[in-house]
Write a protein that binds this ligand. Sequence first.
Ligand SMILES: [Mg+2]
Length: 397
Amino acid sequence: MSTQRTILHCDCNGFYASVECVLKPELREVPMAVAGDPEKRHGIILAKNELAKGYGVTTAETIASARRKCPDLVTVAPHHSIYKDFSVRINEIYRRFTDLVEPFSIDESWLDVTGSRLLFGDGKTIADELRRLVRTETGITISVGVSWNKIFAKMGSDYKKPDATTVITPANFRRLLYPLPAGDLFSVGKKTADVLASMGIFTIGDIAAAPEAELSRRLGKAGRIISRYARGLDDEPVRPAEEEREVKSIGNGETFEKDISGEEEYRRHILPLAKTVARRLRKHGLKCMSLQVTVKTPEFRTIQRQAQLDMPLCTSHDICRAAMDILRKTWNMSQPARMLTVTASSLVAEDMVTEQLSLFETDSAAVKKREKIEKTVDSLSERFGGNIRLGMDDKKE
Ligand SMILES: [Mg+2]
């Protein structure tokens, strides 16, 4: 049908691990995984290469558990800013075919190529060409789903990987997707799947067959949404990402009336700086992946210390803690300072990191909770003005 849209969903295969293998080709020859903080026992697997996959190593499991399956597993620490660079380059390739490119996470994007078909061919042709271009120009393989809506395109990119194109059409979607477990449908999480199971709904086909009113009654708005998704009725547009963000870093500094010294005093002065930085990050819908602390000594010596963060941050609590970590590791806080600056950089759109964030199992619940609290405070301050105090800010680390 010519009135139908052609939507692509492109998903980089084992993104972090693939980038590491491009940087160090010898890693292709061994089972390897990118893991958060390999020094700690609690580090978890963020991505793995095909060899590690062959041993049954899975994303989000602990390093310890992965090593039990694959004792020779090589782990490397993540390099977030390099992944970000690859992501930018890959999205630039997508934009050669359409300006309607919507990044969903660091390694996934939707493309609306409806208007590009005359020029470049049908969805499958464009998808195959994209796979070839991304592979030859960046060394990364992608899987592409092609369909008439975003949900089925996304499911298509999951259907076969690595380096594959799956076309989901009005003629084949029931055959391909309806046997899949209900939890495989976009937006159906564990909780929803449990409710569905209690209603005798186990597959995507079951969701499609269930009366929408019944799903709405049990699941509210989500019920209606998944019913529409399962029947191929999603009509959400592909929303192009904003142009290159102008904000490259967000910093805040203060010169003190009296020199400060000692960890406690440093912390007391870092906190309000972190608070301002965090509030401004959230205002722009950004998170930072690296942080810099600048110390000016009474002799006007300027010391700059920077660190990549384990996970993208946007709360005052976490930024304060990270800044203090940097100082503890790289600066002797018994030395006096007359000025301190906290600067957040490697900024990423908040919505681009949501998915990666969920991989940081151990911290993410606490961090998310703090984000929620601080965002509530943001909106209260906006409504009522002035400074709303956060109880948890008073707690010691
Ligand atoms: Mg991926």
